[in-house]
Design a protein. Structure first.
Ligand code: NDP
Length: 328
């Protein structure tokens, strides 16, 4: 049975190209559960996988798409029955295993989570990997205690940042949203940000390892110079959930904020989260993320839009979350 997929190929000169093609269900990789995919999304990693270098892709031809939601079509695993709604993030799907940019996917049952009550497949993908990661980041801050003072969100107009801003605001925190795009200020305020911090205020390094104690917590999607600067501005005992590296993988920091202010730097990895944590995070998303705010973040797309969107997200030009209707 044939279906549509975005297929990335690599030619003999090592150049990659991505186009929508028809593939056969027999070509799908091995797995216990076949899912009729309804929606996928565009994350930073997808940009790397669609893009010219291939980035994280482990095999060609490849179907990218690091997350998806849909309906079980066939299952060899007792935990999942045909007709049940499921969601997948992580496990190197879309990198080492064919992913969600297709009308069908076949995966290991262990990688799936039942769609939580209160979310449909489209809403689950409006959240997607970026939003799931934002929830994990907020949960990590809660585990370590959020201090007085606003919670900083960097890369705020992006996918992780938008969802983190909405969740934190809904939980009653003051949210300071860092953005390099002043035109997104109204959007960020509509998600609940109480303060907009221009990116340039935090982009420059300083020789001072400690500055005024300002932030009660931080969800950082940017890394690099900005993360180094933020560490020196945390409240005593405050925590930073380090999620991403949109601004660079280096960390030109000193140990002083850790030694003299007891700052915690918490690494967040959404890829290998155990089943129970994934279920807990999705349940929290269903209860703590207002759906009207989620809708405000969504930009719809189809499979044929993906090559361009992959380029846009790597340039930091995507606002909020792109939801891909693979059947459109
Ligand atoms: P987006 O591209 O949607 O958002 C990133 C945002 O970072 C941009 O929108 C922009 O926000 C800001 N930004 C981009 N470039 C720079 C720069 N040079 N300096 C400062 N700010 C910059 O990506 P996502 O939100 O999907 O992902 C963000 C990061 O998190 C990525 O590095 C991604 O790989 C990582 N990630 C990690 C996960 C994990 O498991 N740890 C899971 C998901 C994502 P603005 O315009 O508002 O300034």
């Amino acid at each position: 049975m044939m279906f549509n997929a975005l297929v990335v190929e690599k030619n003999e000169e090592g150049k990659t190209s991505a186009s929508v093609e028809q593939i056969d269900v027999d070509q799908l990789p091995a797995g216990d559960v076949t899912v009729a995919v309804e929606y996928s999304t565009v994350n930073y990693k997808d940009g790397l996988c669609i893009g010219p270098g291939g980035g994280l892709v482990r095999n060609y031809p490849h179907v990218p798409g690091i997350d998806f939601a849909g309906t079980v079509e066939a299952s060899d695993d007792a935990r999942y029955k045909p007709g049940e709604k499921v969601v997948l993030t992580g496990w190197r799907v879309g990198e080492a295993h064919w992913g969600g940019y297709a009308q069908k996917a076949r995966v290991k049952a262990d990688w799936l989570v039942p769609l939580p009550t209160g979310l449909d497949a489209r809403q689950a993908m409006a959240v997607g990997t970026a939003g799931f990661t934002a929830m994990l980041a907020v949960m990590a801050l809660e585990d370590h205690g959020i201090k007085d003072g606003p919670v900083l969100v960097t890369g705020a107009a992006g996918g992780v940042g938008s969802v983190a801003t909405a969740i934190l605001a809904n939980l009653g925190h003051q949210v300071a949203a860092v953005t390099g795009r002043p035109e997104t200020a109204d959007y960020l305020k509509s998600l609940g940000a109480t303060q907009i911090v221009p990116r340039e205020d935090l982009n420059e390094t300083t020789k001072r390892p400690l500055e005024a104690e300002t932030w009660g917590g931080c969800v950082d999607a940017v890394g690099g110079d900005m993360l180094a600067r933020v560490l020196g501005q945390m409240q005593y005992g405050g925590s930073v959930s380090a999620v991403g590296l949109a601004g660079g993988a280096g960390l030109p920091a000193t140990v002083i904020p850790f030694l003299l202010r007891g700052v915690n730097l918490l690494g967040i990895d959404s890829v290998m989260q155990p089943y129970d944590n994934r279920v807990r995070a999705w349940e929290r998303i269903a209860t703590d993320l207002p759906m009207e705010k989620l809708e405000a973040m969504v930009q719809p797309a189809t499979l044929s839009d993906l090559p361009q969107l992959g380029k846009d997200i790597l340039k930091g030009q995507v606002k909020g979350r792109v939801v891909v209707d693979v059947n459109a």
